[in-house]
Design a protein around this ligand. Structure first.
Ligand code: RP5
Length: 166
């Protein structure tokens, strides 16, 4: 876990096989000093756990949930249906359809139950971690400062290396 502090972001995923993508959300949270927890919660293989996790997250101090899944990616939407917390969904690239199935499964929510859908794969996971930190940072000045510093460093790195050639 990111620190000794109680976790404020929950990073969940449908399978261990999602970790190579979802670890990028965790890496961003660690970089920005956000306390998190992470575990496998499957919409289809462990539906009771999904309900318990989503219903109990707010009372445990979780402020944002990042949920990654691939294929018939029902995890983010079902979690969102059971919690008032903001949920960010990460479409994990699937073998058969390259994650387009995951993206559509997560994005096409019915009006009234919201999931913030990110890009497919690594960029989406990275940005889910960043967005979660930005939400936490609204009421957590050190996290907000870390987000601002990250963005400034990123900008400076581009400006310092304008030559595109390898
Ligand atoms: C989804 O099914 C998971 O999120 C994963 O992306 C996909 C395949 O899972 P495994 O068969 O690799 O466990 O529920």
């Amino acid at each position: 876990m990111a620190s000794e502090s109680p976790p404020v972001v929950g990073v969940i995923m449908g399978s261990k096989s999602d970790w190579p993508v979802m670890e990028h959300a965790v890496a961003m949270l660690e970089r920005l000093g956000v306390a998190y927890e992470t575990r496998v919660v499957s919409a289809h293989r462990t539906p009771d756990l999904l309900f318990d996790y989503a219903k109990g997250a707010s009372a445990r101090g979780i402020q944002v949930i990042v949920a990654g899944a691939g294929g018939a990616a029902h995890l983010p939407g079902m979690v969102a249906s059971q919690t008032p917390l903001p949920v960010f969904g990460v479409p994990v690239e699937s073998k058969a359809l390259k994650g387009l199935d995951s993206l559509l499964s997560i994005a096409q929510m019915p009006g009234g139950v919201a999931v913030g859908t990110l890009a497919i794969g690594k960029a989406g996971a990275t940005n889910a971690g960043l967005l979660a930190a930005q939400v936490v940072g609204l009421a957590n000045p050190p996290v907000r400062t870390a987000v601002e510093a990250f963005r400034a460093e990123q900008t400076q790195a581009v400006l310092d290396n304008p030559d595109p050639r390898p």
